[in-house]
Design a binder for this molecule. Structure first.
Ligand code: BGC
Length: 570
């Protein structure tokens, strides 16, 4: 396996030009509307990010991944894109983007942007053209339009449900005012799916990838990478027909729209574009697919890397962690990619909260499943049942373990503050997530992890900006703020800074060796350079392996590792 030896200076050309920079990178996800607001309009923006580059530099990350910042009506938090080659005016301009990219690069931080290829927004120029054009026209062929069923075509072409709930088809009104065809949308109705059989669609995305690569973007995160190609025969199977086929439908790549084999032809073409650049542009697939099919997305002839959400979906449990880590390292090794690890992102309940939920929590009320749609359902539970202290303690232990693993670690803004999910503090009337509305409130959706960050203990929107905050911040944000944590020894922010700096220095070949701990609830592994990580998933204190203790997620007790804690030694 290739190794990534970390060089001393972050901005060294040898490091910035290293084609393998991504293999063991620490990547920090910014949800731009909720990071920092430079103009006081309550919405985070690109200049806000630029102003926080010193913070990112001190945090010790290698790259920033920006969730969508494109013009959008925000029907799905920006994943409904109006124009792929522009910046939402509320977030800034292309010049602001260039300034931000330059500031990040000057600090030795790479820049990854989100690409949303499965669907545009319904305000995209092409979709407006499609609505204005007649049935069967070239403009309609860029999307997936179908006649409805029933005598008057007033039934949807199939009974498929969208991921956010409700039907996956929406009926349009034809230009002459009559009820017309239906278009497909796997997500919200404002997110019509593209027709990837259409060469114009393919060419346009190549243009978009080059547009951002030419502006200095180092890599791309590909949204729902497993959904682009479709097989829509004249008669569509019903949901019951599909369910009856069980797992084989997915394993054999026969689902009409999820994870079809031919999606990889698209990524092979994209790879050629990525390789036109030096260093080659990188890509990571968001593909919620069967673990056995994930490697295809991570192939060096394709996107190169794929998110592995297995650890994110595991309980805080030694056996589950060990099994998941072992399997994923083997998988990454076989595909030539490096592994990816992630506990939190903009779609799921923050891990400091998940780990504080009772083991058998159900999703009946309160704090929700983190993502809509059956396949993405995570542990739910009621907010009043969350053990905040335990959740944070475990989250710190889990993150420290993740930072010691071979491969890329993806962090989500606010986890370095140990932020909890914001739950019922957001009133229904203030919610934004389409999954809340389309599920009629059964799942409260993903707003709770998207609340603007607290930077200061007091002041308007806790230092997020000079105005308000587009989602309400709870009072307890004061104690979690950057300012509060900078003043506090042993804070989660201090832990992340120490761990990320050490991770940069200690990084070794992409392998690990499990150590025998003599206990089922204690995991320990060693990297090839003697860097050792031990995690106590239990409650009884555990003895430490030999070596000098470098950092621990909770204070050691009489030379032993307490429960729900991780330590690094060398
Ligand atoms: C993104 C979500 C988004 C969906 C539709 C994803 O998986 O991460 O935030 O709602 O794609 O674009």
């Amino acid at each position: 396996m290739p190794t990534t030896a970390t060089v001393a200076t972050r901005t060294d050309a040898s490091r910035m030009d290293d084609p393998n920079w991504w293999r063991q990178a620490s990547v920090y996800q910014i949800y731009p509307r909720s990071f920092a607001d430079s103009n006081g309009d309550g919405i985070g923006d690109l200049n806000g990010i630029t102003a926080k580059v010193p913070y990112l530099e001190t945090l010790g990350i290698d790259a920033v991944w920006l969730s969508p910042f494109y013009p959008s009506a925000l029907a799905d938090g920006g994943y409904d894109v109006d124009d792929y080659r522009n910046v939402d005016p509320r977030l800034g301009s292309l010049e602001d983007f260039d300034r931000m990219a330059h500031a990040l690069h000057a600090a030795g931080i790479k820049l990854i942007v989100d690409i949303v290829p499965n669907h545009s927004s319904d305000r995209h120029e092409w979709f407006r053209e499609a609505l204005a054009a007649p049935k069967g026209s070239a403009a309609r062929d860029r999307y997936i339009f179908r006649d409805g069923l029933g005598e008057n075509g007033d039934l949807p072409p199939s009974d498929w449900e969208s991921v956010f709930g409700g039907p996956a088809w929406e009926r349009i009104t034809e230009p002459d005012g009559t009820p017309g065809q239906w278009y497909m949308h796997i997500f919200a109705r404002e997110q019509p799916d593209f027709n990837w059989d259409n060469p114009e669609v393919r060419d346009d995305f190549l243009k978009t990838l080059r547009f951002w690569s030419d502006r200095g973007v180092d890599g791309f995160r590909i949204d729902v990478a497993h959904a682009l190609t479709k097989n829509l025969e004249d008669t569509l199977p019903s949901t019951a027909d599909l369910e009856a086929q069980g797992e084989a439908l997915y394993l054999e790549g026969r689902h009409p729209y999820w994870d079809r084999d031919d999606v990889h032809d698209i990524y092979a073409q994209w790879r050629k574009v990525f390789n036109e650049y030096n260093p080659p542009r990188t890509a990571v697939a968001e593909a919620w697919v069967h673990a056995d099919r994930r490697a295809r997305y991570a192939s060096p002839e394709g996107l190169g890397q794929a998110f592995n959400f297995d650890l994110l979906q595991a309980d805080f449990d030694a056996a589950q962690f060990r099994g998941t880590i072992t399997k994923n390292l083997a998988e990454a090794d076989a595909s030539g990619a490096s592994s990816t690890w992630v506990f939190s992102n903009h779609d799921v309940v923050r891990h400091a909260t998940r780990y504080g939920l009772p083991a058998a929590a159900d999703s009946a009320g309160g704090i929700m499943a983190g993502q809509a749609g059956k396949q993405w359902l995570l542990t739910g539970g009621r907010q009043q049942d969350v053990d905040v202290e335990l959740g944070l303690r475990r989250a710190r232990a889990a993150s420290l373990l993740m930072f010691a693993l071979p491969g890329s670690a993806y962090l989500y803004q606010g986890e370095e503050l140990g932020l909890q999910e914001v739950g019922c503090e957001i009133a229904d009337s203030e919610r934004q997530d389409p999954s809340f509305f389309r599920n009629k409130g059964v799942e409260i959706g993903r707003d709770g992890c998207r609340v603007p960050l607290p930077w200061t203990t007091a002041g308007s929107s806790f230092g997020f900006g000079a105005g308000g905050s587009h989602l309400p911040q709870p009072e307890w944000f004061a104690g979690s703020s950057v300012e509060a944590q900078e003043a506090k020894e042993g804070s989660t922010l201090a832990l992340y800074r120490t761990a990320l700096a050490l991770r940069g220095e200690l990084q070794a070949a992409e392998t690990l060796e499990w150590l025998d701990t003599g206990r089922d609830d204690v995991l320990a592994f060693r990297r090839p350079n003697g860097w050792t990580c031990i995690t106590n998933f239990g409650t009884e204190p555990a003895g430490l392996p030999d070596g000098e203790v470098l950092v621990s997620s909770s204070p050691l007790e009489a030379g032993t590792l307490p429960g729900s804690a991780t330590a690094w030694l060398r």
